[in-house]
Every structure is written in C-alpha cells, then in structure tokens.
Design a protein around this ligand. Structure first.
Ligand code: AMP
Ligand code: MG
Length: 714
C-alpha cells in the first residue's frame, strides 16, 4: 500500500469567511510528497474554496496515475445507532448523503448547521444529543449546555474516543474543539467528492480502500500534540503547524512502508463499519518517531546524468568522474544504538566520549614502581601488600622505592609509572629483584594513548565494520548517526524472461539470471534489496514497475532493453517519460548504460547480457551507489599480477576479462570471451582490467587483477 501524496486538512465550521491574512481557525491543507518529503501548506478562507482545491488535487492525481491519502480532522461517523435512526440504514455513507441534502452551506460560509441539529434533536426522544450554540440563537431544541441533555438514545462517545480521550464528542457544536459542527459541514463535502469521482474514492474504513486511487480518512492532528507544541515558534499558526507535521509523519511512514498497521486498527469490524476510526489512533509513537527522522535531502536533479553535447564514446574514467560529480547521498539519516549499526554508514563523525585507555595501566603481568627510584645493576624493591588487577584497582599509593604486584590492564596505582615483566623478575614474596636499568614508563599504557576523549574516532561516511564496533564501544559511543540504508530496486525486463526458476520454460524462453545476481550484490554491498520482479517488453508494464520502484526504493537497477534498438523498451520508455541519458561507454563487455531519473529516482539501466550486467554493476553501479548511500566513492581493490594468458587488444575500449589467480598467483582468464557465457562469471574470482590503449599480453605480462572480494562479492 503506497501513496504518492498525503494531504491533511484542518477543517473549519466558521460561519463567515476567514480573514484575508492567513490565520488560525480557518481551513489549512498540507500536502506532503512521499517521494521527496516536500511539504507545502495552503490557507483557505471558505469551505467552498477548500473544496475547489481538493477537487483540483484529486483530478491532477487521477490524471497522473498517482495515489492520494486525504485526512480530515473531523469524525466520519457517529456513535452506534445514529445513522440508522436518521436515514434508516446503519451505513455512515448514507448519512453523509442525507446530510448533503439537508445542510445548506453557502460560498461565504453562512450555513444552517445549528438549525438542522435542532431539527434532528426535535425528532428524537429526550433532549439532545446535539448541544452548543451561540447564546442569542434561539433554538429551544438545541440546548446551550451539554448538561441540559437527557433521555436521548445515543452514547456520548465513539469507541475510538476511548483511545483518544482528548477528542471532543461529535455532539458538541459550539466553543472550543467543537468537531460536531465540522462534521456537519464537512461530511457533505466528502459526499460530493465521492459522487464527483465515482469508484475512484474510498472512505476508510467504510469502503475497500487498498486499491482505491484516493483514500479519505479521519485524522486527529492532536495525536502529535507534544510535537506540535514544540514546533510552534513565534508567529506560527497552530493549525498550519498541525497539518504540516501530521502530513510529514504520514508521508514518512508511507515512504518506509510503515502505514499498514495504522490502517488495521484493533477494533471490531462492526465498530469500524458504523462509527469509523481515527487513522493513527494507538500509533502515536510511530507517528512521533517518523517526525523525529530528519528530512530526506532533496533527491537528485532530473538532469544530473546529462553528458556534454557531441560526446560519442566516453572513456571509462570519464564516465566514472561524471558519475562521481553528479551524485550525492540521497537517503535520510537516523540515530541508532551501536548494537544495530553494523554495516551502516556514519552520517556524522563518531566522537570519543571517553579516552582509550581511560587511565594509565599495565600492559603486562609484573611488578610496578616509580622509575626514579631505580638505577643500573640489580634492583631489589620491597613488595607492598596487596596487588593491582584489571577491574580491581589498588586503593593506596606505592611508597617511593617500593613495588607492587600488578596485572595486565590494572590502573597504575599512585606512585607507579613503570612496570617490569614478571618473567624478568625473581621474588620471595617480600621483595622483587630484577636487572636495571629499565626504561621509564616501560610496559605501561598512557591514558588516552590510543584515542583521547573528545577526539574524532571515525569520520562521517565511514561504513561500520566489526573492528569499528569494538572501537566505538571502547570509547563509550552508545549511539551513532547513520544514513538510512539505500534501498536498491531490481527489475528484469524482456519478453523471453521467466522469473521463477521453478516454472517451466518454453524453448524461446530463458530464466532470469540477472535479478538474483543483482539482488545479491545489493545485499552484499550493505543495501536493502527490493525485488521489483520482471516485466515483459511492454511500456505500460515497465512503467508500472518503475513507478513501484520509485516508491519503494531509492535507486533502481534494471537489466535488459537498455540499448537503442527496436526492442529496447526500457530506454524507449525512459526517453519518452523519464529523463534518459544514454551513455556510450568505451567498455567491453557492456553496451550503452542507460542512466535516467524516473519520478525523482535514479535508474541504472544495465545491459541484459548477464556478463555485461555484472561487469557494469561492479564498475559503475557499485561506486555510484556507495556515494548515494553516504559512504563516498568506492574504488575497487586492484593489484598487479603476471598474466597466465595471451591476448592482443586494440586501442579504444577498456576490457574486463573474467579471471582467476592460479597456484602461482598469475591470472588465468576464462576460455571464452563470449558474453553469454555465464559459467565464466561463476568460474572467475575476479576481473582482469586491460587498459583503454592497444596492448599485447603474453604470459608474464603484468596485468591489473580486481578480485571479486574487493567489489564486495562475498
Ligand atoms: P537486451 O539487453 O534486452 O537486448 O538483452 C541482451 C541479452 O541478454 C539477450 O540475449 C537477453 O535474452 C539476455 N537477457 C536479458 N535479460 C536477462 C536476464 N534477466 N537473465 C538472463 N539473460 C537476460
Ligand atoms: Mg530484451
């Protein structure tokens, strides 16, 4: 379930237009883009103006094939039994329609809500349930005070309001928090929206909403009351802050695919179907946590992959340089406990909270004393009682000219600056004897000699590995600021591809070799692999998959269809509907690399050929992804070894050969250079890189070997 955009509406029951200058108690609508995190707010003076804005937003979304969630801050339903009483059906949507035909609400906000509520009250036994009106409005059936009510047949609160205790009951029509009036004037608007876009809008939780392009839901911005309070600065308008924060929180949960639990409240179906529910009730912590996550930096510009005009074949190094300068980190950051930070990339330097070691201590088991009391020749020092051990410091001082038994890791007691190794000593229990002279401070570690408190332990951009966890733990670093892991979407394309190796394949079909390989690479690189499946060579199907990828992933890897031929549907689609830059890189294997932006998400279009797909992924995608994940550009590991093969290569293209080191440490290459030979990829333990220029290799010629391990191919 994903949305492209989240709108949150702070409704108003005002009886006249709100001031021209944006102010409180008017209608505020916030729009948060799920993909980019951008939030805009708009002020409306009348309900009529707000309805126009909502229709425009819905029309635009439907035209663009995008999905909207629109939250309104008033109850969508009433306590059980009310709808049935008024319009003969328990269906709240029937009540919406009933209200539409009974509420009069003019373009200048003048309306008949108090009168209608009085009429409803009049038709029911007792006094109430509606109450609250201006004192001078003489409506005997609508009591001015809630306490005047009795004998009406309805509960005061809906089931959800037991969970959200600060919400006001729907019967209250006047003064602070009178959502009752907002529902009476808001539900007719929702009813009209549903009729304007039949079958496109679902009102949650009353209708099946999972597939609906537009979902309407009841929200309650005070679920974030604390956050709103903290965010209000001088001159800020609370209504605006509320819708901004709630739309931001919902958009971030949508981005992280964490909305589903909010849509599945723990309440009986009957309650949901009749009274409705507040989206997010009971999930305040998740909403608050989503807000705490910092803003996502703006993604890349649509033209970031542009190549200068007139470039025909781009040398590999130039292509890499261009990628390096075009890209930057694209994931947000979060703070997390060190125990969860393995393989994560630091978004801020990790600073030592404590020195290592925290105090001067002994590096060996032996005897400690003051160096100044010793000299050359045999030294005999009386031993004091007690000993110093790791975790068991010696409390007192060691007198000048005496020694103490000390063990590795023990803090040097006062009076000790030097330790002599126990193997170099003789002792009878009362005295210790050793040969002098010994070096001052011998066998001791200075406080902070490894890392001093306050020093930078690791820089931003560093990917944490096991030894880094040791270091940071030793330095008392309990939590780190890290980039969110890059989500890598992987899509295979081609009419001939069969996605599932367990399915039968006709002679003209082939199993998808690229997707499992690319998903495994993404995982090995420390990213979150997102399987986008496989699309046939049909633009609509590829577009749908790319759209899914843009929502679920930070970057998309496609394979197949990336050249410029008739059947190259990926590049065709990207050039029609995305922004495609087809890079003709002077590399073998590998045809043009299709680089594009699709709905703000970078797409790396790899060749379909598995050998070329893997080489291009290792050479181009890996360093680019590393940069986008916050870890900076990644150079492959390379070293020079003698060739164990012969080959003559022409000038013009850099070549990567599937290779492995033989027992003598020389590089063998796979017997066939055929780019369809997947077995060679598997046979190899790395690549031999031959330079752009012409070259004749014979056994013994030094060549560059790039081991798979250096590419993170574990
Ligand atoms: P294309 O780049 O679409 O022209 O594909 C080039 C070659 O790679 C064709 O022989 C395709 O059948 C093959 N190919 C494309 N995608 C895959 C894949 N996912 N797994 C294995 N082979 C593929
Ligand atoms: Mg193809």
């Amino acid at each position: 379930m994903s949305f492209d955009r989240i709108l949150v509406v702070d409704w108003s029951a005002a009886s006249s237009p709100s001031p021209a200058k944006p102010s409180a108690d008017a209608i505020w609508i916030a729009t948060a883009e799920v993909g980019t995190g951008t939030v805009t707010t708009a002020y409306h003076r009348t309900r009529d103006a707000a309805e126009t804005t909502l229709k425009a937003a819905i029309t635009a979304a439907l035209n663009a094939g995008e999905r909207l969630l629109i939250g309104f801050d008033f109850p969508f339903g009433y306590p059980a039994g009310f709808a049935a009483q008024i319009c003969g059906a328990r269906d709240p949507l029937a009540l919406w329609d009933w209200l539409t035909s009974h509420i009069e609400d003019a373009a200048d906000n003048t309306n008949n809500r108090f009168r209608l509520a009085a009429e409803i009250n009049a038709g029911l036994p007792g006094i109430g349930p509606f109450w609250g009106r201006p004192r001078n409005l003489k409506l005997p059936d609508l009591p001015e005070k809630g306490t005047a009510r009795h004998g009406h047949p309805f509960a005061e609160r809906r089931a959800v309001e037991a969970l959200v205790t600060s919400a006001q009951p729907v019967w209250k029509l006047y003064t602070t928090g009178s959502v009752g009036s907002q529902s009476l004037l808001g539900l007719p608007v929702l009813s009209r929206l549903r009729r304007t876009y039949p079958a496109q809008i679902a009102a949650w939780p009353f209708e099946p909403w999972a597939e609906a392009p537009v979902v309407l839901a009841e929200v309650y911005p005070s679920l974030l009351a604390q956050q709103v309070k903290a965010a209000i600065t001088d001159g800020a308008i609370k209504d605006e802050v509320q819708v901004r924060l709630l739309s931001t929180a919902l958009a971030r949960l949508a981005r992280d695919e964490m909305l589903a639990p909010l849509f599945a409240p723990d309440a009986p179906d009957k309650v949901l179907a009749e009274e409705g529910w507040i989206l997010g009730a009971g999930h305040e912590a998740a909403l608050a946590a989503a807000l705490r996550a910092p803003l996502i930096p703006p993604r890349l510009r649509d033209d970031c992959f542009a190549m200068p005009q007139g470039v025909t074949w781009v040398p590999v190094d130039d292509a890499l340089d261009r990628l390096q300068s075009a890209l930057r980190p694209i994931t947000g950051t979060e703070t997390l406990p060190l125990a969860q930070a393995d393989a994560r990339v630091l978004a801020a330097p990790a600073m030592a909270r404590r020195s290592n070691p925290p105090r001067a201590n002994a590096a060996v088991d032996g005897y400690g004393f003051a160096h100044a009391a010793t000299g050359a020749g045999v030294q005999r020092l009386p031993l004091i009682d007690g000993r110093a051990a790791a975790g068991q410091p010696h409390a007192g001082a060691v007198p000048h000219g005496q020694a103490i038994r000390i063990l590795t890791g023990a803090i040097l007691p006062e009076g000790v600056d030097t330790v002599v190794l126990e193997e170099d000593c003789a002792t009878d229990g009362g005295t210790v004897a050793f040969d002098g002279p010994v070096k001052p401070n011998a066998n001791t570690r200075r406080a902070g000699e490894d890392v001093a408190e306050g020093a930078q332990a690791l820089p931003a951009g560093h990917r944490l590995r096991a030894p880094d966890l040791a270091l940071l733990s030793a330095l008392g670093v309990a939590e780190v600021s890290a980039y969110r892991p890059l989500r890598v979407g992987v899509l295979s394309t081609g009419d001939e591809i069969v996605g599932n190796p367990a399915s039968p394949a006709a002679p003209h079909q082939i199993y998808d070799a690229n997707r499992p390989m690319l998903l495994a690479l993404a995982k090995a690189w420390g990213y979150v692999p997102v399987d986008l499946g496989h699309a046939p060579d049909r633009p609509a199907r590829i577009a749908a998959k790319l759209g899914q990828g843009a929502r679920k992933a930070d970057v998309i890897l496609t394979s197949g269809g990336a050249s410029a031929g008739d059947e190259d549907h990926v590049s065709k689609l990207l050039s029609e509907r995305g922004t495609l830059f087809s890079w003709r890189i002077a590399v073998k294997p590998g045809r043009p690399l299709a680089l594009a932006m699709w709905e703000g998400t970078p797409v790396f279009g790899l060749p379909g050929n598995p050998v070329a797909a893997m080489v291009c992924a290792l050479i181009f995608a890996r360093p680019a992804f590393s940069l986008m994940a916050g870890a900076g550009w990644a150079q492959p590991l390379a070293f020079t070894v003698p060739a164990a093969f012969s080959k003559t290569k022409k000038a013009g293209r850099r070549e990567y050969l599937r290779a492995r080191l033989n027992a003598e440490g020389a590089a063998d290459v796979f017997a066939s250079e055929g780019s369809g030979r997947i077995s060679g990829l598997s046979w190899a333990t790395g690549l031999v890189e031959l330079p752009d220029g012409a070259l004749t290799v014979t056994p013994g010629t030094p060549v560059r070997f790039l081991p798979y391990e250096g590419f993170g191919v574990a």
